[in-house]
Design a protein around this ligand. Structure first.
Ligand code: CTP
Ligand code: MG
Length: 414
């Protein structure tokens, strides 16, 4: 076997100038929310689609610079660039942008022009769709390893698994032999000068190609197919986001998570308590550094537990003067933000308040409404129940109040 090309230099182009028409089409299945922005900026597992696609290229140290080809009216890119820099300081220095064209092939050609003063003619250029957020690191490594000194190019692809049918104009069905048929994915890698020649040639001839390999075929340059993972899907329709979220979470080894929380506070002199964010008149008050909302504290601890993020005391210490008398909803909203940043959301939450008094049945709908708002979660996914201790123990003697909570988290589609 020949050695991989030791002198190779790699550059990347990420075409991101598409309009995502199929993504925002009314044919998108009901129940999948379609973000107003283009698909490359749709939220996916705590980031945007393009951010995931770029992460895959950025973590490959061999790639020198990445040109992102943007639509002329794109106003989202600076936000994504800032997020990438924040996540990985120095990463933005690897990124360049250019204005894309009316078709994917034009957008790639503009990317090549932007690389003109950087790349040498024999350098490799990897083209990777902004809309492919689930590229496994191992596939990228395999693709780069397949590029040898004598290679002309390579692309990731997956052999067809389903039986193929052709529908004729009169509605008749026939079966297409699938042997030797593959689905072409990205990245696709070609020599800078050859890719430029192939795309310019196609443009001059007014020939529309749907990937780089097709442009290369036109000028007689063959590419090698490298078997990749079927995980590397392209976001085309809105429903693909859910599949991508699941794929990313399984790639990261994350699935469903469970967490539980428990909190107790003593009563003191006063005339009201705050439970689940609701102020309830009572002959006692809760003694606490914050507002002493045991319902919210138990819920926060349950979510933090599921996230593997310690407990509420670690994030909002009661030694910190900022949290004196604090509205516990602030804690809940912050914990909810941590959860969404981790690409997770609540499936359901079940909370038990243990108190001899006050009685909360009449207040639980208001509590659920508040928790639902702060967690951005449908009310029917939150349950609050209460029990007394039959006058036993410190709760029975009305010296204090307790709450416990349990939550289930799942990977978020958006
Ligand atoms: N693309 C591009 N410039 C274009 C058209 C497409 O850079 N003029 C990019 C897209 O942003 C995407 C990739 O090429 O990252 C693959 O194209 P596709 O999945 O077809 O995306 P869209 O063209 O945006 O979607 P649609 O065809 O549904 O409108
Ligand atoms: Mg398109």
């Amino acid at each position: 076997m020949t050695a991989a090309d030791a002198s190779a230099r790699y550059w990347a182009i990420v075409p991101a100038a598409g309009r995502g028409e199929r993504f925002s089409s009314p044919l998108s299945p009901i129940g999948v929310s379609v973000p107003a922005s283009r698909k490359q900026y749709a939220s996916l597992a705590g980031a945007s689609v393009i951010q995931w696609s770029l992460r895959a290229l950025l973590r490959e140290p061999g790639v020198r610079k990445i040109v992102v080809s943007l639509s002329p009216d794109d106003d989202h890119w600076p936000v994504v660039a800032a997020q990438i820099e924040q996540e990985c300081p120095g990463a933005a220095a690897k990124l360049m942008t250019c204005i894309g064209g009316g078709s994917r092939q034009e957008s790639v050609l503009r990317g090549l022009q932007a690389l003109q003063s950087h790349a040498a003619p024999r350098d490799w250029v990897l083209v990777h769709d902004a809309a492919r957020p689930c590229l496994p690191a191992a596939d990228l490594a395999t693709l780069l390893n397949s590029l040898r000194a004598e290679s002309t190019g390579a692309l990731l692809a997956v052999p067809l698994a389903d039986t193929l049918k052709r529908v004729s104009a009169d509605g008749g069905l026939s079966t297409v032999d699938r042997s030797g048929l593959w689905r072409a994915l990205t990245p696709q890698a070609f020599r800078f000068e050859e890719l430029e020649r192939a795309l310019q040639d196609a443009a001059r001839a007014g020939f529309a190609v749907t990937d780089e390999a097709q442009a290369m075929e036109r000028i007689g340059i063959r590419a090698q197919l490298v078997a990749g993972s079927a995980d590397n899907i392209k976001i085309t329709r809105a429903a693909d986001l859910l599949l991508a979220a699941r794929t990313l979470s399984s790639q990261r080894g994350a699935g469903m998570r469970i967490g539980q929380g428990f909190d107790v506070h003593a009563f003191t002199e006063g005339d009201h308590v705050i439970l689940g964010g609701v102020r309830i008149a009572h002959r006692r008050a809760i003694l606490a550094h914050s507002d002493g909302d045991v319902v919210i504290h138990a819920l926060c601890d349950a979510i933090l537990g599921a996230l593997g993020q310690g407990d509420i005391g670690r994030h909002f210490p009661d030694t910190d003067a900022r949290y004196r008398g604090a509205d516990s909803r602030v804690f809940l909203r912050e914990v909810a933000a941590m959860m969404s940043h981790a690409g997770l959301r609540v499936v359901n939450a079940d909370i038990t308040l243990t108190a001899q008094s006050p009685r909360i049945a009449a207040h639980s709908p208001a509590m659920i409404a508040i928790l639902s708002q702060d967690l951005q979660l449908a009310a029917e996914r939150i349950n609050i129940k209460a029990t007394t201790t039959e006058k036993l123990g410190f709760i029975g003697r009305e010296e204090g109040i307790a709450a416990s909570a349990i939550v289930m988290l799942e990977p978020a589609a958006a």
